[in-house]
Design a protein around this ligand. Structure first.
Ligand code: NI
Ligand code: MN
Length: 225
């Protein structure tokens, strides 16, 4: 039995029984989420921007778990005194909760000190046979057609806020190219420049018979469309 929690912005937790993975853990904005109470076994980062590394160092130390990230970002994490798994795009990685593969994302990636953070990534998860694609920060890219061909995800978690990533129109095209049944929008509303019209998004993706599953961050009223 797997459980997917939306913590806020791009932060998600996938739990498989007694093992959970935390993705892009900028979690201190959500007072209804306490990482200390969660069975976190790994932290995976899509890229180095502050709104994605979030509280990763504090959580990795507190839980004594490794951060998996692209080599340059993993090196920076290691210098902060945490365990790391240094990887790059391509190839399945095995974990206690399932497996994951890092895939291309078109975006920049710099660390808080301005250092190069390696290439940005999306991540495809396979947990108990359920394929979930977390796109990270990316524009619309033809790579999504390859992701469908290689991994056929059932669920896509897509940024829709525009400005730094896809907007609602591009995310609707992404949903079509990915051939997914369910889309969970993320990376919107957090900053003034990434506002998004969820009704418009739901309408746009309904044209490809895709369900727009709008999951609000835990602790807020749920709103399913
Ligand atoms: Ni970013
Ligand atoms: Mn971002």
């Amino acid at each position: 039995m797997i459980d997917l929690k939306y913590i806020g912005h791009s932060a998600f937790q996938i739990t498989n029984g007694e093992n959970a993975v935390l993705i892009d853990p900028w979690v201190d904005k959500n007072e209804n989420y306490n990482w200390r109470d969660e069975p976190i076994k790994d932290i995976l980062l899509t890229h180095a921007h502050g709104d994605h590394i979030g509280n990763c160092i504090e959580i990795a130390k507190g839980k004594d778990v490794a951060i998996t990230a692209v080599a340059e970002l993993a090196q920076w994490c290691k210098e902060q005194g945490v365990k790391t798994k240094s990887i790059n795009l391509g190839g399945w990685l095995n974990y206690s909760w399932g497996r994951a593969v890092f895939v291309p994302a078109f975006h920049s990636s710099s660390l808080p000190d301005g250092r190069y953070g390696g290439c940005a990534a999306g991540i495809v998860f396979d947990v108990e046979g359920i394929r979930i694609y977390h796109a990270g920060d990316t524009c619309l890219t033809g790579e999504m057609k390859t992701i469908k061909e290689l991994y056929t995800p059932q669920v896509a978690i897509l940024p829709i806020g525009g400005n730094y990533t896809m907007d609602v129109e591009h995310a609707a095209v992404a949903a079509k190219w990915l051939g997914v049944k369910t889309v969970i929008p993320m990376h919107y509303g957090t900053f003034p420049e990434i506002q998004a019209d969820l009704e418009q998004f739901a309408r746009l993706i309904s044209f490809n018979n895709t369900a727009c599953n709008i999951i609000n961050p835990i602790g807020t009223e749920s709103n399913q469309k």
